[in-house]
Design a protein around this ligand. Structure first.
Ligand code: PLP
Length: 460
């Protein structure tokens, strides 16, 4: 067959077909079982087979992807997915994502995409205002918090070593003055991964004890100095708890240390006057890692690394070459590990533009309210909730580890909702993370009914 793509009428038909299939999925997702059935997963092999030798009709490719791929998705955008910390995808963000795919912009340099570059500037200004971070901060738009941690910690490494006259970008870490890296015992694994990637070591860190909710005990902090990097957390992945930023930041800054905040989802709580007090002192830090595919509810993948003194982020990550035409404006790739990349600021812009501060506040507070409803009702039914419900995370035990594991597996199998498991201070628990704009009261009720039915051992 002759490849027709590129012809205007063909492209229009293909896009209309794509819109129709996407709309069908979107309408169905609320009623879908959460996890695909084994037979749906088995059918995925139909996407493989021998390497295609010749071009074929793009519509056929689309149909194959939809017919085989859609049933094998987790229905995570439907409102009853409570696994990991997973936001849905806001309508405006999905629509912007489609348009951006048609634009196919390379967000590396402003000359390659003035719109992508400008949107990043706007999103940065809006984000620091929403989250009450310093207005003069710089930022890199990255894939998620893992890379946001990596980028911000690279800036910290640059700045701290520069104080000893060491240029880590030129000289590497061989023979460098040692840095002291302090983390909480409950630091997220992605933070440790970022430290490992930066040559700072996963286990060379000083690990500070935490309390029953996973908060750093600031009285247990080691001695800090101007070559110390201390990493704190705003929103523990299990409990939602916040490290005591005010205390840590003031002690760290007296000593000249750098404070980095892993605020993957918790930082978004700053938009709610009700939850903002949890973040007291967070804005005093030197850098922050934030996810946008979590509580901002943009499609994957999206995160942002914010650094109070942008020159450190730029020194750590900028590149220069004769053929790379730059200008006086902010160059996006001077703040990210990648050069060429998609213009992921576009969905963030659409999300913030369409929700506004008020819409985002409502989303955050509604999710926190649902988390409280889950916790209260599970407790009333006689099950043990392990954490204080400070935010949108619930940890619940259904008796022995074995019984809790049984309930988690059966909930996933039954398909009304999806919750994962974890270990919290030696106990096996189910995690319920309420992070999607799409979750309604009805979703919470039907999910609770399913969980309670399964936990009480009833068939239906
Ligand atoms: C506190 C915290 N930090 C980091 C991450 C990693 O984020 P990502 O998967 O977007 O890289 C998560 C993910 O849940 C998290 O909760």
């Amino acid at each position: 067959m002759q490849l027709l793509a590129g012809q205007e009428s063909y492209m229009r038909a293909l896009l209309e077909e794509t819109a129709a299939r996407s709309a069908r999925y979107s309408a169905a997702v609320r009623g879908m079982r959460l996890a695909p059935q084994p037979q749906d997963i088995a059918r995925l092999k139909g996407l493989g087979g021998p390497l295609p030798q010749n071009p074929s009709d793009p519509k056929e490719t689309l149909a194959l992807l939809d017919d085989i791929g859609s049933p094998a998705t987790l229905a995570s955008t439907g409102g009853r997915y409570f696994g990991f910390v997973t936001g849905g995808a806001l309508p405006a963000a999905v629509a912007a994502n489609w348009l951006a795919a048609i634009w196919d912009q390379n967000a590396a340099f402003s000359v390659m995409s003035p719109v992508a570059a400008k949107i990043e500037e706007i999103v940065l200004a809006w984000t620091v205002e929403l989250l009450a971070l310093p207005q003069s901060s710089g930022a890199g738009f990255v894939t998620g918090t893992t890379m946001a941690n990596f980028s911000a910690l690279a800036a910290a490494r640059t700045a701290l070593l520069q104080r000893s006259g060491w240029d880590v970008e030129d000289a590497g870490l061989f023979g460098a003055p040692p840095l002291r890296v302090v983390v909480g015992e409950e630091a997220h694994v992605s933070l440790l991964k970022a430290l490992a990637l930066l040559g700072l070591g996963r286990s060379r860190v000083i690990s500070v004890p935490t309390d029953g909710q996973g908060r750093i005990k600031s009285e247990a902090l080691p001695e800090l100095d101007e070559r110390t990097l201390i990493c704190i957390q705003a929103g523990n992945v299990n409990t939602g708890a916040f490290d005591p930023a005010q205390d840590i930041c003031s002690r760290a800054h007296e000593a000249g240390a750098w404070v980095h905040v892993d605020g993957a989802f918790g930082l978004w709580a700053a938009v709610s006057p009700r939850y903002a007090p949890l973040l007291q002192g967070v804005s005093l830090a030197d850098s922050w890692a934030i996810d946008c595919h979590k509580w901002l509810n943009v499609p994957y993948d999206s995160g942002i690394a914010v650094v109070r003194a942008p020159e450190h982020l730029q020194k750590a990550l900028a590149t220069a070459a004769a053929y790379l035409q730059t200008s006086d404006v902010r160059e996006p790739s001077h703040y990210t590990p990648e050069s060429s990349r998609r213009a992921r600021g576009i969905e963030m812009w659409a999300a913030i533009r369409s929700l506004g501060r008020e819409g985002l506040r409502t989303l955050i507070e509604r999710n926190c309210r649902w988390a409280r409803v889950f916790a209260d009702r599970l407790q009333q039914a006689g099950f043990e909730v392990l954490n204080e419900i400070v935010l949108n995370q619930v940890l619940v035990c259904f008796g022995s580890s074995e019984e809790t594991r049984r309930v988690i597996a059966a909930v996933q199998e039954e398909g009304t909702c999806w919750c994962g498991g974890t270990q919290w201070h030696g106990r096996t628990a189910m995690r319920i993370s309420v992070s999607s704009w799409a979750t309604t009261e009805e979703d919470v009720e039907s999910s609770l009914a399913a969980i309670l039915r399964i936990a009480k051992g009833r068939k239906s």
